[in-house]
Design a protein around this ligand. Structure first.
Ligand SMILES: C[S@@+](CC[C@H](N)C(=O)[O-])C[C@H]1O[C@@H](n2cnc3c(N)ncnc32)[C@H](O)[C@@H]1O
Length: 220
């Protein structure tokens, strides 16, 4: 379903203390933009409405999180979800930020000084309709080599999808880009790991009877 333009989204995001309004301003110094710069940093690429990010970040104050999405229409909902989760926990959101950025140009916002320990990619667009479009997939080798630049050695990518073609291709993409797949499943919920947090799309596809495929890849 297409979401309507939300004129209030950008002003509300600009006024939000945990929304990074200029993605390039922190290039090379992301760690120092958090209250506790020495903590590990994890990214969520395509965080959407932030149901996953907000719950994960509030559970792990010892990690700094940055959620990235291209559209303000969903980032504004992520902002409000984060506010709600931290308010319920009685804490300030000092270990989480959100940012609007086209992940295909992530090199504009990060470099190797921004050592990231983990990246989450949840239910990204499968780009299945035309063969030439596959290069837009967030797990395409063209993208994975960009992430390598700021991912620590031994850093991980946690990837989940509903889409069989994207998943099978991704099982090849990661090794092609120098990652080792250390774990994968074609049905994450059959024996659901206790670390899993279901995203909005995961919930929707599960209700449609579509299994969630998942893998963990390590940068070698
Ligand atoms: C299908 S939704 C999944 C949202 C959420 N991760 C979930 O699992 O519910 C994909 C999200 O990725 C974002 N996205 C797609 N391409 C992107 C890009 N190139 N850069 C940044 N965000 C992107 C979309 O705006 C959308 O919010």
């Amino acid at each position: 379903m297409r979401m309507r333009f939300k004129p209030y989204a950008r002003p509300e995001l600009n006024a939000c203390p945990f929304s990074a309004s200029d993605p390039m301003a922190h290039k090379g110094s992301w760690h120092h933009s958090f209250a506790r710069p020495a903590q590990p940093m994890h990214l969520e690429l395509g965080c959407g409405k932030g149901g996953f990010l907000s719950r994960l970040a509030v559970q792990h104050p010892e990690i700094n999180y940055l959620g990235i999405d291209i559209t303000d229409k969903v980032l504004i909902l992520a902002k409000r979800n984060i506010d709600r989760q931290y308010e319920a926990a009685g804490r300030k959101p000092d270990n989480v930020q959100i940012m609007s950025l086209d992940i295909e140009r992530i090199y504009n916002a990060f470099d190797r000084r921004d050592t990231v320990q983990r990246i989450y990619i949840n239910f990204c667009n499968p780009w299945n309709k035309k063969a030439g479009h596959k290069k837009h997939r967030l797990t395409h080798p063209k993208q994975l080599v960009l992430y390598r630049d700021f991912l620590a050695d031994g850093g991980e990518v946690y990837f989940k999808t509903d889409d069989d073609n994207l998943f099978r291709d991704s099982l090849e993409y990661f090794p092609e880009a120098g990652f080792e797949i250390v774990w994968h499943t074609f049905d994450l919920h059959r024996d659901e790991p206790d670390w899993n947090i279901r995203t909005e799309h995961e919930q929707m596809f599960t209700e449609m009877g579509i299994p969630t495929k998942a893998l963990i890849a390590v940068k070698r």
